[in-house]
Design a protein around this ligand. Structure first.
Ligand SMILES: [Zn+2]
Ligand SMILES: [Zn+2]
Length: 345
């Protein structure tokens, strides 16, 4: 048996339960969880904003730990290995999976949403979802890298971001914090970060990027002025508002690419000729990440190009009261301090 903290009823606090330790199949690995990130989407599952079909369910999709046990046919991992977990479980055989586009897998499952997640002592995952975690990366950092950092890297890749290019990042939460560091890891030109929160604007400046205060003047005008009227090569919209999505397109240079990551149900207006066609700018949708991107991400973490300093991490125990309190705080969080569950022995 093992301890898990589970969503039993939508709109209610998570509950602690003793459930059977999972049995593994021949291609699975059993992982002893060493760190599990508490994500904004977990708060949405608890609130019912994002729907979970089968309850009760153990939440948690940002996971790192030690391999406890491997199935008989697993060759690339052994007991005792440090690993982090790709949260997208794919079938491997549908038309998307065979093309390496497993984020659209016909029968794809997300760990901690469609199957039990990492708010537990152990988790069973397909061995293909376990990625070796170098000693240089803490379990806490390894866990949270698997979500917002992976999305930020996918966004840069989808926008075909390359060395020397300038970038505007709209929103400096968890995604923006990773996007800034990853853009620099790509050897980029100037980085502009658009925000309205004074504390975040100050931390943008302390990280060597150019803070654009959207409260003081139109951010598009500010970016155009700072680039001698040219605009930026790539913009990432990480907020999820039609207004900032439109701004992310308007601040682009000729041939610029806007990657839209934030979620919204609003409509965005664009004047096709003046705002897109004439300058051949592109608007690109970004969803999740690819397994093939994770080794690159992990290498950025190993080399220190992607860092989560201790002051950006907060640790709680595998304890329902502490976890529910962390989820409460996330619902109106304004900082990018991340809470990670570290089960005590
Ligand atoms: Zn997450
Ligand atoms: Zn598939």
């Amino acid at each position: 048996m093992m301890k898990a903290v589970r969503l039993v009823q939508v709109g209610k606090p998570l509950e602690e339960a003793d459930i059977p330790t999972p049995e593994i199949g021949s291609l699975d690995v059993l992982i002893r969880v060493a760190a599990a990130g508490i994500c904004h989407s977990d708060a949405h599952y608890r609130q019912g904003i994002s729907k979970i079909d089968n309850l009760p369910l153990t939440l948690g999709h940002e996971i790192a730990g030690f391999v406890e046990q491997v199935g008989g046919d697993v060759t690339h991992l052994s007991a005792g290995d440090r690993v982090c977990v790709n949260y997208l479980v794919r079938c491997g055989s549908c038309e998307f999976c065979v093309r390496g586009l497993e984020q659209f897998c016909r029968s794809g499952q997300m760990i901690g949403k469609h199957r039990d997640g990492g708010y537990a002592e152990f988790i069973n995952v397909p061995s293909a979802n376990g990625f070796p975690l170098p000693d240089e990366i803490s379990f806490e950092a390894g866990a949270i890298m698997m979500c917002s950092s992976a999305t930020a890297l996918h966004a840069l890749n989808k926008a075909r971001f390359k060395a020397g290019e300038s970038i505007a990042i709209f929103g400096f939460g968890g995604l923006g914090f990773s996007a800034l560091q990853l853009a620099r890891a790509f050897d980029c030109g100037d980085i502009y970060v658009v925000e309205i929160n004074p504390a975040k604007l100050a931390s943008v400046a302390s990280m060597g990027a150019i803070a654009i205060d959207a409260r003081s003047a139109d951010p598009v005008e500010q970016i155009k002025n700072a680039t001698a009227g040219k605009g930026v090569d790539v913009a990432l919209e990480l907020i999820g508002s039609a207004k900032t999505m439109r701004q992310s397109v308007l601040c682009l240079a000729h041939l610029g690419r806007a990657g839209l990551v934030g979620l919204t149900a609003e409509s965005m207006s664009i004047r096709p000729y003046n705002e897109l066609i004439k300058r051949e700018v592109e608007i690109i949708g970004v969803s999740d990440h690819l397994a093939t991107e994770l080794p690159v991400l992990i290498e950025f973490g190993r080399s220190g190009k992607l860092r989560f300093p201790p002051e950006t991490l907060r640790v709680v125990d595998l304890d329902a009261v502490q976890i529910n309190a962390a989820l409460d705080a996330l619902q109106d969080s304004i900082d990018h301090v991340r809470t990670v569950i570290v089960p005590s022995k």
